[in-house]
Design a protein around this ligand. Structure first.
Ligand SMILES: [Zn+2]
Length: 187
C-alpha cells in the first residue's frame, strides 16, 4: 500500500512520517526510512522539532539500492520524496499495482516555492491509496499556510534549507509579499 504525506515546509510531514514508522516498529514490522543523497543535512532524519529516526541515504535515481531496502523490509518510508527521480515513481507504481503487502509511506513537498508541483509527488499522489495533506501556519496572518515562500533568490528548483531560507505563507500573504518584492525592484 502506498501512503503519501504531503504539504509545505514546517507542516509536520516528517513528524507524521516518523510517527507512522514508529507504530509499525512497535508492531514488530521491519521498518526502514530512506532519504535522498541530495539532502545532506544529517545522516539521520530529523524533524524541525528535533525528533530523530535512523535513516539510510540512497541516490535519487538508484533503483538497485532502493530495491534492496524494499526487499529487506516490510514498511519503507521515504523522506523528501520530491527529490527522488522518476525511477522511484516507476518502482513504487510497479509494487503498488502488483497488489504488494509492503507498505510505502512517502513524505514530501507538494509544491516548490514558486507554487509548481514538485518532482514525482503529483504522480505519487495520483497512484497512492491514502493521501494526507498537512498545512503549516502562515507566519504573517496565522491562517493555514499553502506555500513555502523563498526568502532568498534561488536559481534552481532544489534548494535545501530551513527557516533561514523559507517562510510558510498562505496564498494571500504570499501574493502580497510578491507584490512588495516587485515594487521594490521597480523603485
Ligand atoms: Zn497569511
Amino acid at each position: 500500500m502506498l501512503e503519501v504525506i504531503t504539504g509545505g515546509m514546517f507542516a509536520g510531514k516528517t513528524d507524521e512520517l516518523i510517527r507512522r514508522l514508529e507504530r509499525h516498529s512497535i508492531a514488530r514490522r521491519r521498518v526502514a526510512l530512506v532519504k535522498p543523497d541530495l539532502d545532506t543535512r544529517t545522516t539521520k532524519v530529523r524533524t524541525h522539532n528535533g525528533k530523530e529516526f535512523d535513516s539510510i541515504t540512497v541516490g535519487c535515481n538508484d533503483p538497485v539500492g532502493i530495491e534492496q531496502i524494499i526487499a529487506q523490509n516490510e514498511v519503507i518510508g521515504f523522506d523528501e520524496g520530491e527529490f527522488f527521480g522518476e525511477t522511484l515513481y516507476q518502482l513504487l507504481k510497479a509494487y503498488e499495482q502488483s497488489g504488494t503487502d509492503k507498505i510505502f509511506i512517502v513524505g514530501g513537498l507538494d509544491m516548490d516555492s514558486e507554487g509548481e508541483p514538485f518532482g514525482i509527488m503529483p504522480q505519487l499522489m495520483a497512484i497512492a491509496s491514502r493521501i494526507t495533506k498537512l498545512h503549516a501556519v502562515c507566519e504573517n496572518c496565522f491562517e493555514p499556510a499553502n506555500i513555502s515562500y523563498s526568502l532568498v533568490e534561488k536559481k534552481a528548483q532544489v534548494l535545501v534549507g530551513g527557516k533561514d531560507k523559507y517562510k510558510a505563507l498562505c496564498w494571500k500573504c504570499a501574493a502580497a509579499e510578491k507584490k512588495k518584492k516587485t515594487q521594490n525592484i521597480q523603485d
